[in-house]
Design a protein around this ligand. Structure first.
Ligand SMILES: Cc1ncc(COP(=O)(O)O)c(C=O)c1O
Length: 526
């Protein structure tokens, strides 16, 4: 019996029994009656103490400083990147949102969401199978397939669910499947692999030689999935996508690439790092034979650079149909609201046709990294848009985050274990197109002061100890940004800067032009 059928039968069975009317339902089941027969109350075993269990688990989190405190941050659509805390008067600047491009308040996105909400209401009303399939889902999936130049796409309630459901389904259904997973992979992939019950092999982060050694050890005829990311969100490193495709072809594996932190942000249409690696070919509308074309499964989110919520996979028609038909995480859940799907589609199309936001985001990232580095604040070097600042201790990272919020009105969340290994705790800064000079200067000044106040190690101090995870490491080659000067259109300006034209002034002029172009594009689209 197919799984879907089994679940349906199970639900049918339980609902039939539940609907049996009184007095039948009041009878105790036979097993329950006989279990207590002849026993006195005092002879019963002590029951499990649930509350004590919860308390001991929470105690452990407090003791190892990994207990999570949530900040109440209400992002203001009309004042991006500002937000208010509990009280509307208590305003702060958000420096750690994954709404990387400010699409969560983009007027074109809001317009399409408002219209769809008024016409089609709040929710989808059902699963995709039962009343929740509609024109918004069809259109969104077509747009996603087109974005990644794949035959088909499938939308899930989040990319956590997309990753979990897809890996769990493929890994459990394909006989003898082995899943090779990068050691820094996101929890959603780790969970999917665990749920699949398939054999897992973890290869060292971005280590092609280690991956190959593992591939060689697997029988040629076994199905193999290489699961990895393009931008690793906590350190900003970038996966060696092309080399992994080469290995996959050599050893008969398929590739599963999570582009969650890259969609909207890289490539000529915002399809991610795989697109970015063949920037010109995609700009010319020639995806055939590119690296993105060689990837078997691309997964992405609608909740970060696209500013909405939801996740997806894109791949061949048969792959997508298989997941659609077999994955419980897709089948047995209410589909996304129509307005969300319409808004996400608008966001993807907007970013596919307009480069201004992601270019400005990259320029702001460069400026923040440069200015923090100039103050000896330890930025973990990387080629992406993430600005991870090393603290190295969980309690200090939290204190630094609290001080920034309370004394400076700057919200940067501390990132502690288990999101990063113990000893590598950090503050993760994510500039957006809205973080203009005033905000940046304020941020850099605040970091400098908090570093002084808490005595947090500077880059030069890490260097004196031989360096750590790229910070102050001797002989470490400079990490060139993935977005080149030419792609950003600043190569001529930067040459002028080098010729001594006053670096900061020129960069600010570039940033100001970009900001104006963005504002114009937004109002034109409204
Ligand atoms: C690498 C990676 N994959 C998947 C996800 C899950 O995406 P979503 O937020 O859409 O569930 C995240 C979320 O943070 C992520 O960082």
């Amino acid at each position: 019996m197919p799984d879907e059928q089994r679940h349906l039968d199970h639900r049918l069975l339980t609902s039939t029994t539940a609907s049996i009317p009184f007095p039948h339902a009041a009878q105790k089941p036979a097993a329950a009656r006989s279990a207590n027969f002849g026993q006195s109350q005092s002879a019963k075993a002590a029951h499990f103490d649930y509350e004590a269990y919860y308390e001991s688990e929470l105690d452990k989190k407090h003791k190892d400083k990994s207990y999570r405190y949530f900040n109440n941050i209400n992002r203001l659509a009309k004042e991006f990147p500002r937000a208010h805390k509990e009280s509307p008067e208590d305003k702060v600047t958000v420096w750690c949102s994954n709404d990387y491009l400010g699409m969560g308040r983009n007027s074109a996105v809001l317009k399409s969401m408002h219209e769809t909400l008024d016409n089609y209401g709040a929710g989808a009303g059902g699963t995709r199978n039962i009343s929740g399939h509609n024109q918004h889902a069809v259109a969104l999936e077509n747009t996603i397939a087109q974005l990644h130049s794949k035959e088909a796409a499938l939308v899930f309630s989040s990319c956590y669910v997309a990753n979990d459901a897809t890996l769990a389904t493929l890994g459990s259904k394909m006989p003898n499947c082995v899943i090779l997973s990068d050691s820094l992979n996101h929890a959603s992939m780790i969970q999917g692999i665990r749920h699949s019950g398939a054999k897992k092999m973890v290869f060292k982060h971005n280590d092609i030689a280690d991956l190959e050694a593992k591939l060689v050890s697997i029988p040629a005829e076994y199905p193999k999935i290489i699961a990895f990311e393009s931008v690793y969100s906590m350190c900003g490193s970038i996966g060696p996508i092309e080399q992994i495709c080469d290995l996959a072809e050599k050893y008969g594996a398929i590739t599963f690439l999570d582009e969650v932190h890259a969609v909207g942000m890289y490539g000529s249409h915002g399809a991610g790092v795989a697109e970015h690696l063949d920037y010109e070919a995609h700009k010319a509308g020639k995806p055939q034979g590119t690296i993105m074309d060689r990837i078997d499964i691309i997964t992405g989110t609608l909740g970060k650079a696209y500013g909405c919520v939801g996740g997806y996979i894109a791949g061949s028609t048969k792959l997508v149909d298989t997941i659609r038909s077999l994955a419980p995480g897709f089948i047995f859940t209410t589909s996304l609201p129509p307005a969300t799907m319409a808004g996400a589609k608008t966001a993807i199309e907007y970013q596919a046709n307009y480069q201004g936001d992601r270019r400005l985001q990259q320029l702001h990232t460069r400026a923040v990294k440069d200015e923090l580095n100039a103050r000896d604040i330890p930025v973990i070097p990387n080629p992406s848009h993430i600005v991870p600042v090393l603290v190295g201790n969980a309690e200090t990272a939290r204190k630094a985050s609290d001080l920034l919020l309370e004394d400076w009105g700057i919200y940067v969340q501390a990132i502690n274990y288990p999101t990063v290994p113990v000893g590598q705790e950090r503050l993760r800064v994510t500039p957006t197109p809205g973080h203009v000079r005033e905000y940046r200067e304020h941020l850099v000044e605040a970091f400098d002061a908090v570093w002084k106040q808490l005595g947090i190690k500077r880059t030069s101090e890490w260097a004196a100890e031989g360096g750590f995870i790229g910070v102050g490491e001797p002989g470490k080659a400079e990490e060139l940004p993935l977005w080149t000067d030419e792609q950003l259109g600043v190569d001529t300006v930067l040459k002028e800067m080098k010729a001594g034209q006053g670096a900061v002034g020129v960069l600010e002029a570039v940033l100001e032009n970009e900001r104006k172009a963005t504002a114009q594009a937004v109002s034109a689209a409204a």
